[in-house]
Design a protein around this ligand. Structure first.
Ligand SMILES: *Cc1c(COP(=O)(O)O)cnc(C)c1O
Length: 429
């Protein structure tokens, strides 16, 4: 397998782009080698500029849940393009997507569309502060909520990949109201509430995907919600990754817990820049123009993005691939465990619906500290073996692999074979 053209483009890209990428995890920093440049993708497959084709388990970090260029989505956006690109005024499709989203989340009466997950979360945080009149926010170590200042501490995702504790350029003042708790550890949350009386809300990923996949243990989410509300604070559930991924709607219903504020992104745009935050009426009425919390966006509710989102969610609802996702994830888990055993490699596999990944550790992984016991060099070796055998993975130990509904039996066999080669390579290190 050659990466000559990707290498050439990488060198060209270094001149006017930062690290030749527009988002750090794309740089392959933790697995070595140069980043891939993509030419095109269709269905379950993605093709780089050298003509190498891979089964895609990155899926743009989640949005492409139907696979690439689904016919119905393509048709919808082509139609929307004919009417214009952006108006600075409302369109019917915004109402339509809002209804689809609110219907899927029982706790959401109203929704506001924005352009990214980052924007959804920063607005959701502002809303929690506006509603409660308090300032402090608790987040969990290893959860990623986009790149806003206040939440760029102990943040998982690219920061974990690059081993950064936080970000330069974030003033102390911006994080002085951010408190860090341990995932799956309610006591660590209670300790903060015992010490502070001005906590507006607690934010978390209902299933963490940005430290690798980490699921909530026992009744963690339910107990958290009950406790947080009993303290007069709001629970903000960041479903940017999990929304519409493990069921139509969010992880909230699967765990029988209702967020006070829900943040969405990724799948709801189907590959176009859409984020959203929503809540019950009482909370959303704080937002301008109904209330005094200001939040706006020139391109928010963009007509092309709305068309992409509506078509994606409509098709997703029709396909209802969630049972199939569970089955495929289970099959991949078995491949991983059996192959690891065969080559005497220690791994732990975590999965939830269509999110799965192996950690190269012998520990169970229920929080960020445990995730960090993983051997990232083993992951790097495994990653490149997977690539050379035609499977595109997120280039980081701390990112989930995603499944699309376009995966075929043949793709799954290809994944199995690549996993075997990957474990063999790790065993030879
Ligand atoms: C990806 C992600 C974000 C940020 O979304 P962007 O669209 O990249 O800004 C926020 N929260 C979670 C849980 C995410 O996975």
């Amino acid at each position: 397998m050659e990466f000559k053209k990707s290498q050439e483009l990488y060198n060209q890209g270094l001149v006017n782009l930062v690290g030749a990428v527009n988002s750090p995890v794309r740089a392959f920093a933790s697995v070595g080698g140069n980043p891939l440049f993509i030419k095109k993708a269709k269905g379950s497959k993605i093709t780089d500029v050298d003509g190498n084709s891979y089964v895609d388990l990155v899926l743009s970090y989640g949005p492409m849940i139907l696979g690439h260029r689904h016919k119905k989505v393509q048709k919808a956006i082509t139609k929307a393009l004919k009417n214009g690109y952006s108006f600075g005024a409302s369109t019917k499709n915004e109402i339509k997507l809002a209804k689809i989203v609110c219907d899927a989340f029982p706790g959401m009466d109203k929704v506001r569309f924005v352009n990214s997950g980052t924007e959804a979360v920063l607005s959701g945080i502002r809303l929690a502060r506006a509603f409660t009149g308090k300032d402090k926010i608790i987040k969990f170590s290893g959860c990623y909520h986009g790149h806003q200042d206040a939440l760029l501490v102990a943040a998982g995702s690219g920061l974990a990949t690059l081993s950064l504790p936080g970000s330069k350029g974030v003033p102390e003042g911006a994080v002085k109201n951010t408190l860090i708790a341990n995932y799956n550890d309610l006591e660590s949350v209670k300790a903060h509430f015992d010490a502070h009386d001005d906590i507006a809300g607690v934010i978390l990923e209902p299933v963490a995907g940005n430290m690798g996949v980490v699921t909530p243990q026992n009744n963690f989410l339910k107990e958290l919600k009950e406790y947080v509300n009993s303290k007069g604070a709001l629970l903000i559930i960041d479903e940017v990754m999990t929304g519409f991924r493990s069921k139509f709607g969010g992880a909230q219903e699967l765990f029988d817990v209702e967020a006070d504020i829900t943040c969405l992104g990724k799948v709801i745009g189907g590959g176009f820049p859409v984020g959203a935050y929503g809540a019950r009426n009482e909370i959303m009425e704080m937002v301008a123009p109904l209330g005094g919390m200001y939040q706006a966006g020139t391109l928010s509710g963009n007509p092309i993005a709305m068309a992409g989102g509506i078509a994606t969610l409509t098709e997703l609802k029709k396909q209802n691939p969630y049972e199939k996702f569970n089955e495929i994830a289970q099959i991949i888990e078995v491949f991983l465990l059996e192959s690891a055993k065969k080559y005497d490699v220690e791994i732990t596999v975590n999965r939830f619906g269509s999110m799965i990944n192996p950690f190269f550790t012998n520990k169970t992984v229920t929080n960020f500290t445990e995730a960090q016991t993983s051997d990232t060099e083993k992951f790097a070796t495994f990653f490149w073996a997977m690539m050379h055998n035609g499977v595109f993975l997120p280039p980081s130990q701390f990112e989930a692999w995603f499944l699309s509904s376009a995966l075929s039996e043949k793709d799954i066999q290809k994944i199995a074979k690549a996993i075997d080669k990957g474990m063999e390579a790790v065993s030879k290190m």
